[in-house]
Design a protein around this ligand. Structure first.
Ligand code: 6PG
Length: 470
């Protein structure tokens, strides 16, 4: 009989297989489980040495093969599959075991599962894992939440397998209950925002700057060496330079402009609405995926309306504007997501440290970016910082970029190039930095038609006016 394995993993799809191989690379023995015998065989073959990595289709053998307290990670699709796995494994688990859901589960599902499993003394964790298949193999960013004491059992494995930023592991205990899934959900909301913003800037430079794919590849690749350094800018450059193997030209031009989604961006928006925190750049990124899906309607509408003629302009000047605009709007997307996390922490008792979250996003995850170093500094300097736009070190950076955003958006409007993400970022900024907004009129209207009352700027109290009698 083998020595018990240090770590167990259920769900040997690409992510699961890569994650378990990563664990084994770091010196921990690991046992996998999947009902699909082909996936089990594939892992056994790839793992090489069964004393280090093995796998089984039998759940009972799987549980029996793990050292106690058992540390079992689930990498299966969010939703019913997670509940099905929990039901199948629950009878074999014992007091003190750890079950870690590494998928994009909805946070309230995690809270429910935590309570259900606590009855049996099982510690349930929601641990968002970001970085895709490559990240799982070479070092993801991991966002765990659950019992702080029980986390110590899994900490050595997670710190070993996580991506490193200047030697620091991109994983940290984030908070109780579903804190990990919540943070990963907002990570994905920000991801939607950054992707939408990147796609708009690409479209603008292509259409108004008249840049071809190779020129655009160079632009994004140059940007990736500066303050825009980020995974999404880096892969955009790679994508733009990729030729189509099924035909002439570049692959990106052959890809249908209908973006799919699995729901995490939408959940971020929906929950931000529930919390009363505005995240319009994330909202519009979700809406744009929905608009993109209306391909046939869009094509019909396209034929019914005129579009302004495109005025080609000096590309070098446009590239400079676009760089500043992307930088500005990236900051806004992170600001909105972090604001939401701050409020969620209060509402759900997550005790989140925003500086820690920004730190573990600096490498491994999809939204990793040089900018996160500045953001983590801002929250490290002041843990009570209410909003990133109030951070003293961020103010000059944002101030300097804003005029370029305005200039670029005017050109986009004149040329009929839709830039809803960038527009929303600027509008959010303009509204957030307005000491006085136009909503005094809305209060007056509410009071006029519904006697909803209003407050005054010059005295305390609640007022109602019989408007139509005046
Ligand atoms: C990550 C990603 C990942 C997510 C995909 C697809 O951090 O590795 O966020 O978890 O599932 O990006 O998301 P959509 O299908 O919703 O675009």
């Amino acid at each position: 009989m083998n020595e018990p394995y240090d770590f167990g993993l259920i769900g040997l799809g690409v992510m699961g297989r890569n994650f378990i191989l990563n664990v084994a690379d770091k010196g921990f023995s690991a046992l996998g489980h999947d009902l699909d015998s082909e996936k089990v065989s594939a892992l056994k073959e790839e793992g090489g040495n069964p004393e280090k990595v093995d796998a089984t289709t039998e759940i009972k053998d799987f549980v029996a093969g793990l050292s106690k307290p058992r540390k079992i990670m689930l990498l299966v699709p969010a939703g019913k599959a997670v509940d099905a796995v929990i039901s199948s494994i629950r009878p074999y688990l014992e007091n003190g075991d750890l079950l870690i859901d590494g998928g994009n589960s909805f946070f309230s599902d995690t809270d429910r599962r935590t309570t259900e499993l606590a009855d049996k003394g099982i510690h349930f964790f929601g641990a968002g894992v970001s970085g895709g298949a490559k990240g799982a193999r070479l070092g993801p960013s991991i966002m765990p939440g659950g019992s702080k004491e029980a986390y110590e059992h899994i900490r050595p494995v997670f710190e070993a397998v996580a991506a490193k930023y200047e030697g620091e592991p991109c994983v940290a205990y984030l908070g109780p209950k579903s804190a990990g899934n919540y943070v990963k959900m907002v990570h994905n909301g920000i991801e939607y925002g950054l992707m939408q913003l990147t796609s708009e800037v690409y479209d603008f430079l292509k259409r108004v700057g008249n840049l071809d794919n190779l020129a655009l590849q160079k632009v994004f690749s140059d940007w990736n060496k500066g303050r825009l350094q980020s995974y999404l800018v880096e892969i955009t450059a790679n994508i733009l330079g990729t030729r189509d193997k099924l035909g002439d030209g570049f692959l990106v031009d052959q890809i249908l402009d209908k973006a799919k989604q699995k729901g995490t961006g939408k959940w971020t928006s929906q929950n931000a609405m529930d919390l009363g925190i505005p995240v319009p750049t994330i909202d519009i990124a979700v809406s744009m995926r929905q608009i993109s899906a209306l391909k046939e309607l869009r094509q019909t509408a396209d034929g019914n309306y005129d579009h302004p003629g495109l005025e080609s302009e000096d590309p070098a000047a446009l590239i400079r504007l676009a760089e500043a605009a992307l930088y500005f709007s990236f900051i806004i997307a992170y600001s909105q997501g972090l604001h939401q996390l701050r409020e969620a922490s209060e509402e759900y008792g997550y005790e989140l440290q925003l500086s820690t979250i920004a730190k573990i996003w600096r490498a491994g995850c999809i939204i990793r970016a040089g900018l996160l170093q500045d953001i983590s500094h801002a929250f490290s300097k002041n843990a009570d910082l209410e909003h990133l736009l109030l951070a003293p070190d961020m103010i000059p950076l944002i101030r300097e970029a804003v005029p370029s955003v305005r200039t670029l958006l005017k050109k986009a409007i004149d040329n009929g190039v839709p830039m809803p993400g960038l527009s929303s970022a600027l509008v959010y900024f303009d509204a957030f930095t307005s000491g006085r907004l136009s909503l005094n009129l809305i209060q007056a209207q509410r009071d006029y038609f519904g006697a909803h009352t209003y407050e005054r700027v010059d005295r305390e109290g609640t007022f109602h006016t019989e408007w139509y009698k005046d």
